[in-house]
Structures are given as C-alpha cells and as structure tokens.
Design a protein around this ligand. Structure first.
Ligand code: SAM
Length: 290
C-alpha cells in the first residue's frame, strides 16, 4: 500500500478499506488506528488533518490495518480496553472485558453498600483483572485475590493493577478455580467460560479466531465451570458473604440448579442492559430465626 500522505488521506483510505470489509464502525476504528500509528489521540487528528505522515507512520498504519482486516479485535491491536471507566491493558491470550460484565460490579455495589469496609474479595477466572480491579477502585479499603489458570492472564492482571495503583491491595495467582484457596472471603465474583463448545466457531470471527478458547469454552453444555467452582463457594464465603456470578443469557435456570445442588441459595437474578438474565447473586442460606 502507498502510504497516504496526510492524516486526512490516511483516515479516508483506512475508513474505505474497513467499510469495504464489512466493519460497521469503520470511521471510528480508522480514527483509532491512524491515531495509534501516529501516537496521537482523536482530537489531535481532527485539529490537524493536513499533518503529513512519514514513511514509518505509513508502514505502521498499513500493518495495523492488515491486522484489523484479518478481524483481529481492536482491543488487541490497541492493547487496551476500557472497563468501569478504567483503562485496562489486554493482549492476545486474555479475554477482552465486556460491558455486560459491569452488571456483576453493579450487583456487588448494590449488595455491599459500605464503601469504607475492608471487604475481602475473590475473583475466579480473573482474565484482565477487570472485575476485581473495578471493585477495588470502588472500595478503597478492600483487598482481593484474582485467580486464573492462564499464566498470561495472571501477568496482565498484575500489570493492570500496577498501572492503576491498586497492586498493594491485590494478588493475582495461577490456579484451578479456588482449589488451592482457603478463604474466608466476603465477596466472590466470577465470569467463567460459558459458551457451549459446539457454538464457539459460529461466533464473530473476532471472538472465535482471536479470543482464548480457555476463556470461552464452557464444555458441551456451557456449564462445566459452574459445576467445578460453585461447590467451593460455601466453604470460601464467610458469614454474610455472597458470590456474584455471570452466566449466559439462557443459563439462569441451569446455573440456579447447580447453586441449589451445592446447598446454596439464589438471592438475586441479574439482567444485562438489554434485560436478558445474565447472572446471579448466590450464597449460603441465612440461618433460620429461632
Ligand atoms: C470468560 S473469561 C473472564 C475473564 C474476566 N473475569 C472478564 O470478566 O473479562 C474466563 C476466565 O476463566 C479462566 N479460566 C478457565 N478455566 C479456569 C480454571 N479451571 N481455573 C481458573 N481460571 C480458569 C480463563 O483463563 C479466563 O481468563
């Protein structure tokens, strides 16, 4: 590709190529890619459309564009994604945080209104660390542990904690759910893999080809991770503790059955922004009065 000579030319070329590839948000993504190639934000691009692009910037842009045209997610190309107004680093091998998962954070804040308490929080399958770091940003005295089986996720979550200045209040460790942990915790959050294995290849190419299978694959029926981790919640949660679990839109009944089988109770069903059931707040049954 001949490097377009100015910012305006680069934006026009990038937008046209992304749109021709069927990418809906072509103008916005073009701005982000041109800005990334030049190390400039969108406002600087708008201010200076006649700014020349040198050969190195043109080459960098061509490489970024090729990645996006191959359907690599923007978050991996830019190396970041916003979650709960926090900028998180993400990379190949780590699930990109989704806005729907903010439902889990909201549910915890609603059920644990005392912002000043030193809550002990566990995040199972922490990925980028998004759920735990969002909660630590809201609870200034809280401490937490994030567990993931993927070493890359553990490293990136720890790096995110450092960049956000939250690292003194949390640890990220490798593990198979909570098998090696004792507790007690006041709050457990988890967004486990819950896609049915047979449905992964039909997802958008950005997800199916680029996001880690281990973060998506919930086994044949999508429920394997809940069967593995829910039975441990009773021993992990201290008195009055609760867990907020994300699940797929059609899994509320099945997850509730796993929760009850583990001797726990469903306190609340969570819905996403579109009103679909997307999670549950669960915990030990409160002791009977008298
Ligand atoms: C759907 S992703 C969620 C990531 C992050 N919490 C979020 O909401 O974006 C599920 C995560 O669980 C991790 N995981 C899968 N199996 C695991 C296991 N047996 N023990 C611990 N973590 C596991 C994956 O590596 C992945 O990071």
């Amino acid at each position: 590709m001949i490097p377009p000579a100015t910012v305006a030319g680069a934006l026009a070329t990038a937008t046209a190529r992304l749109a021709a590839a069927g990418i809906d948000a072509a103008p916005r993504e073009a701005r982000l890619l041109v800005g990334h190639a030049l190390g400039l934000d969108a406002a600087a691009l708008v201010r200076d459309p006649a700014r020349p692009l040198d050969g190195a910037a043109g080459t960098a842009l061509a490489a970024l564009l090729a990645r996006r045209l191959a359907r690599e997610p923007m978050a991996y190309i830019l190396g970041r994604r916003e979650f709960w107004s926090l900028e998180l680093g993400v990379a190949d091998g780590v699930l990109i945080p989704r806005p729907d998962s903010e439902t889990v954070v909201e549910a915890v804040l609603a059920r644990a209104p005392d912002r000043g308490r030193a809550w002990r929080i566990l995040d199972l399958g922490t990925g980028s660390g998004c759920l735990l770091l969002a909660l630590l940003s809201e609870f200034p005295e809280a401490i937490g542990v994030g567990v993931d089986r993927a070493p890359r996720a553990v490293a990136i979550a720890a790096e995110n904690a450092r960049r956000l200045g939250l690292d003194r209040r949390c640890r990220f460790v490798r593990g198979d759910w909570a098998r090696a942990l004792a507790g007690p915790f006041d709050i457990v959050v988890a967004n486990p893999p819950y896609i049915r294995r047979g449905e992964i290849d039909a997802l958008a190419p950005e997800v199916a080809r680029f996001e880690p299978r281990a973060a998506l694959d919930g086994g044949a029926d999508g429920l394997a991770a809940y069967r593995a981790l829910v039975p441990d919640l009773g021993r992990l949660l201290g008195p009055g503790g609760f867990a907020a679990l994300e699940h797929g839109a059609d899994q509320a009944v099945a997850v509730a059955a796993i929760v009850r089988e583990a001797g726990l109770e469903v306190f609340e069903i969570l819905r996403d922004l579109a009103g679909r059931t997307r999670g549950a707040v669960v915990g030990p049954r409160p002791p009977r009065a008298g």
